[in-house]
Design a protein around this ligand. Structure first.
Ligand SMILES: [Zn+2]
Length: 242
């Protein structure tokens, strides 16, 4: 299967990569939704990761939101690995046109990739909701308690999509257009079961929708090709010699 998909990659001109959670975890990131973490978080915070990372929590229980955010979300920051090196190769070869990411760790930009659509935002981008001043991640991580804006003392928030917040319309439009114009889509470390993923890939009109992830999912049947391995073990092979 890898050889077959590799031939398709060799002939493709407008590949779109869609990054799912496994692409972040294989770079050393933490999956808060893994059974172990989910259980630990429910026990420790008495709420699910969704509830802790919700707009409601940020509004009503700031102290707890930032405690959770600092201790669980940005305490371990993944670093771009082999999957991202391979994507860089594909982009330099003029094959990879856009990258759509559902992750929040800015791995694509940090790997030097261009044309990245961060549907869930990035922990590296933080802002004051009042005066819009931007802050680096270090400012949030280093703050005692709630990070406050130097200008207006409002709580600085990460520019990530919290649970119950919508994806910005213009980002969605960009993602849909990218999929519509793609001649091949590689879903890396994710599956096609989520509604946002389905919405994006639903606009793809070709017959080269490839899913590469290590855990089989019922939604694999919607893909044209499925490779059940970690992206980091597959993408370098696909990008070899392009
Ligand atoms: Zn401000």
């Amino acid at each position: 299967m890898i050889q077959k998909v590799k031939r398709l990659v060799n002939n493709a001109k407008r590949i779109v990569c869609i990054m799912g959670q496994e692409a972040m975890v294989e770079c050393g990131g933490v999956n808060l939704w893994s059974p172990d973490n989910f259980y630990r978080i429910e026990k420790q915070y008495r709420k699910s990761p969704e509830e802790m990372l919700s707009a409601g929590e940020l509004t009503a229980r700031k102290v707890y939101f930032y405690e959770f955010y600092k201790n669980e979300v940005i305490s371990t920051l993944p670093e771009p690995g082999p999957t991202y090196d391979a994507m860089k190769k594909l982009q330099e070869a003029g094959k990879l046109s856009e990258i759509i990411s559902f992750n929040i760790y800015g791995l694509e930009y940090r790997a030097g990739l261009r044309n990245v659509i961060e549907l869930s935002g990035s922990v590296y981008d933080n802002y004051c909701p009042l005066c819009k001043k931007r802050y680096p991640i270090e400012y949030v991580a280093g703050a005692k308690g709630t990070p406050l804006c130097e200008e207006c003392k409002a709580a600085v928030r990460p520019n990530i999509r919290l649970h119950s917040e919508k994806v910005q319309n213009d980002l969605y439009t960009q993602a849909v257009l990218a999929c519509k114009n793609a001649d091949m889509i590689l879903v890396l470390g994710g599956n096609l079961s989520g509604s946002k993923m389905r919405y994006c890939t639903g606009h793809y009109e070709g017959d080269k929708l490839v899913v590469i992830h290590s855990e089989p999912n019922y939604s694999d049947k919607f893909a044209d090709y499925v490779i059940c391995k970690s992206p980091k073990d597959v993408l370098p092979l696909l990008a070899e010699g392009v």
